[in-house]
Design a binder for this molecule. Structure first.
Ligand code: ATP
Length: 373
């Protein structure tokens, strides 16, 4: 293993993988900046593990090149790459205690004095009190930490994590997400993390690549992906989206004006990934928590310049942090609205005639011709 300070970005150029006639990963251009926490996010079967395994050297690409820094490592076997992998199964040695598991990589390289490095790792993953326990005497989260420490002790340039939290219950999973983020920040090594859990990717990663059908559909910071999705898949995979069918009325200005169910809506031109020629169809998106509700009788109180559509409450449910409404509107059936901080008595009841209104800046436009997954 080389030292992590040798560094460099992970670059995949034209990387693809086919199995017989099936393409698991279509030719891919992807750069993972050195020192970043990068997530490959997507549903089961989208090609994220295959991509990770091609970085590790566990899978041979059908086409393309894997660079680590300036070095082409495409033909290097896994053990010659400055990369280590943590699997969901942890793969700890059951007969070795925590210390010996963590020291394993160093011992295999013939290094005798390992105490200082192992102690540093035990401290990093906060397992100092468990050093002499065997894996079966540890919780899932603790085993996970041992697996991470064991993978980091050789100072890899890149740590690959393949659904490493998949076996943990939700509470522990959330705890470990923060823990892994802390560890990554502390060691400064590039982490590439595979997950199907959007919340996990968004909690941990600086950059998320959303994969669908063997392709990266969109890549960006979590907030950017959430607030400005460029495809219906990304809009639906990351949280809940209201997607309203609309038609372009006015294009060319800073804002785009569209009509939906008789209402005129505005959205920033820069947040529209659909063709914007007049009369063209598109889907207008807005997140449920960006929408406010007013009684139809109080419509005059809504500030000018906000997007607004009429609707009728179908259903409401109080879920602690917010009240979630399901609303039918001429602009779209089954729109979702999440409102926070409303008193129990002022909740709107099914049948209430309302106006949904929101800041046009929170509106995005998507290509209506894409299939909605
Ligand atoms: P999961 O979260 O379920 O692991 P994934 O997104 O990581 O899914 P991959 O494991 O990368 O998906 O698999 C991508 C596609 O390639 C899947 O349809 C899978 O069935 C197929 N695939 C993977 N390995 C092989 C193989 N050795 N032979 C044939 N098909 C394969």
């Amino acid at each position: 293993m080389t030292d992590s300070t040798a560094g460099g970005d992970v670059r995949l150029t034209g990387i693809s993988k086919t199995y017989g006639s099936f393409t698991a990963v279509h030719p891919l251009e992807l750069t993972v900046p050195q020192g970043s926490f990068f997530a490959l996010l997507g549903a089961s079967g989208c090609g994220k593990t295959t991509t990770l395994r091609m970085i590790a050297g566990l899978e041979e690409p059908t086409t393309g090149t894997v660079f680590l820094g300036d070095k082409d490592v495409t033909d290097l076997p896994p053990y010659k790459r400055p990369v280590n992998t943590v699997f969901q199964s942890y793969a700890l040695f059951p007969h070795l205690d925590v210390t010996e598991n963590i020291a394993f990589g160093l011992r295999r390289r013939g290094i005798k004095s390992v105490k200082k490095q192992v102690d540093d790792m035990l401290e990093l993953v906060q397992l100092g009190d468990f050093a002499r326990r065997k894996p079966h005497q540890l919780s899932g989260g603790q085993q996970q930490r041992v697996a991470v420490a064991r993978a980091l002790i050789n100072h890899p340039q890149v740590l690959l994590l393949d659904e490493p939290l998949g076996a943990l219950d939700l509470k522990l999973r959330r705890q470990m997400q923060l823990e892994l983020k802390r560890i990554q920040t502390e060691v400064g090594i590039t982490f590439v993390h595979v997950t199907h859990d959007q919340e996990e990717a968004m909690t941990m990663a600086d950059t998320v690549a959303v994969m669908n059908g063997g392709r990266v559909e969109q890549l960006g910071a979590p907030a950017e992906l959430y607030e400005n999705p460029r495809t219906t898949f990304v809009a639906n995979f990351l949280g809940t989206s209201n997607l309203i069918e609309a038609e372009v009325v006015e294009a060319g200005g800073e804002d785009l004006v569209v009509s939906a169910g008789g209402a005129k809506l505005r959205l920033p031109g820069g947040r529209c990934s659909a063709p914007t020629a007049g009369g063209g169809k598109l889907l207008v998106g807005v997140r449920p928590e960006k929408i406010s509700l007013a009684h139809r009788d109080d419509e005059d109180t809504i500030a000018a310049g906000r997007n607004r559509v009429t609707g009728r409450i179908l259903d409401s449910s109080f879920i602690g942090v917010s009240t979630q409404y399901l609303i039918d509107s001429p602009a779209g059936k089954g729109l979702s609205v999440y409102e926070q901080n409303i008193e129990r008595d002022s909740r709107l009841v099914p049948g209430a005639e309302v106006v949904l209104h929101w800041n046009p800046a929170h509106t995005f436009g998507l290509d209506a011709d894409q299939a909605i997954d």
